[in-house]
Design a protein around this ligand. Structure first.
Ligand code: GLV
Ligand code: MN
Ligand code: MN
Length: 409
């Protein structure tokens, strides 16, 4: 057996640090929402790095970025990457680690004059986070044909902007047809964003499944009135009704148990004044479960509860689906490549389910896919406190490197 390949840790960290300076916030953290000026700057940096490494860069019609390193044959390539858009006040690793480690893998191979039989493609998908435009994982959804380019371009962001207008504004409306590169396998390296690897002190997660995700927008319509003069029993308080529904989310999760999650992450009252009973409340719901039946049950419980609140509180409620992503089981061949790579490197690993959404879960609908996780300190992510020690980041990238070389040969 040949000795395993190793990436260059300081170079990986230096690139992560440089990308983290784009959209950096005073006091820590970074915000690079899809197609904002910061996202454009981050993309420009990535494309520059790809070109410096001699990769052929292609941008597709929804702004997905691909950098191809030619192989000894034109056989279907191995694709690996993640995303570089962020949530608001994000850490520096979610997504960026997967893309820049992918770049580092290619850099290592080129530096060591190692050719692979199949071409290698570094991928950065558009709008994985879904914070500005929903659905999230948009780039990969379009890539596999589950959403059309036209549907994507017509989306309205939470800030009222149009996806099509913003992609043109930042100049990432490429010409490549999404789906044009058909990889033989897709791998995604990511921080776990949960506590398990850190708690168990295991350096590598071999991810074999990802939870399904349901995103809803709920609008409660009541009646605005004076906070001081309106008797409590004569109110149609949209704020109170929303609060009851939000509280019920916890009950859904505890009733269903397992890995059911339920979150309200955004809420808005109208007119939003201290002395006015809210006429309207608009909020989002994020439901997740690796068991699709349970996930559907969670949504059904919520809808049932909403009907009860309509009657009891004299409000009317609209529930709008923003996203339904099915749970996915990854491909045995791709998982095996990850596990064999970890074994070859002498790294302990454990099988695990991802509770976060990832482009790999959509790519898996069409291409054999799997993911590699590394520990997240205290399981913190979607926060400026997100952290993984450099040695752990390097280990994950080593696993990626040996796995892609294996798959490409
Ligand atoms: C993306 O990070 C998600 O899981 O929402
Ligand atoms: Mn991510
Ligand atoms: Mn994320």
């Amino acid at each position: 057996m040949t000795s395993p390949l190793k990436i260059n840790q300081p170079r990986l960290i230096a690139r992560l640090d440089e990308l983290a300076r784009v959209g950096a916030l005073d006091g820590g953290g970074v915000t690079r929402l899809t197609f904002t000026d910061a996202d454009k700057e981050g993309r420009d940096l990535l494309v520059r790095w790809m070109r410096e490494l001699g990769l052929a860069v292609q941008i597709d019609r929804v702004g997905n970025i691909f950098g191809t390193r030619i192989g000894e044959t034109d056989d279907a390539p191995v694709m690996f990457g993640s995303h570089i858009d962020t949530v608001k006040s994000a850490g520096t690793l979610d997504g960026c680690y997967g893309v820049l480690a992918a770049l580092e893998c290619v850099h290592t191979l080129t530096e060591q004059n190692i050719q692979t039989r199949r071409p290698l493609v570094v991928a950065a998908f558009t709008n994985e986070e879904g914070v500005r435009f929903t659905p999230g994982m948009l780039g990969s959804a379009v890539y596999i044909g589950e959403l059309s380019v036209e549907q994507a371009w017509d989306l309205r962001g939470f800030d009222g902007t149009r996806f099509g207008g913003e992609i043109q504004r930042v100049g990432y409306d490429g010409t490549m047809e999404p789906g044009a590169i058909e990889p033989c396998a897709y791998l995604e390296l990511h921080i776990e964003q949960g506590p398990l690897l850190d708690l168990n002190r295991v350096p590598i997660g071999a991810v074999d499944a990802v939870v399904g995700i349901t995103w809803l927008e709920i609008t409660v319509n009541g009646a605005a009135n004076h906070a001081g003069t309106t008797p409590m029993d004569m109110r149609r308080d949209a704020g109170l009704a929303a609060a009851k529904i939000v509280t019920y989310l916890r009950e859904i999760a505890t009733t269903l148990g397992g890995n059911q999650r339920a979150t309200c992450g955004m809420i808005q009252f109208l007119p939003n004044a201290i002395n006015v009973i809210p006429s309207k409340a608009i909020f989002t719901v994020d439901l997740r479960n690796s068991d699709n039946d349970a996930l559907q049950k969670a949504e059904a419980m919520l809808v049932e509860f909403v009907k009860k609140i309509e009657t009891e509180d004299g409000v009317s409620v609209e529930v709008r689906a923003l996203e339904h992503v099915l749970p996915v089981q990854f491909h045995p061949m791709a998982i095996q490549a990850v596990e064999e790579s970890a074994q070859k490197l002498g790294l302990q690993f454990q099988r695990m389910v991802s509770g976060a959404g990832h482009d790999a879960q959509l790519m898996a609908h069409k291409f054999p896919s799997a993911m590699i996780f590394v520990p997240s300190r205290e399981g913190i992510s979607h926060s400026p406190k997100e952290y993984t020690p450099p040695e752990d980041l390097a280990r994950g990238a080593d696993v990626l490197l040996n796995a892609i070389v294996d798959l490409a040969n």
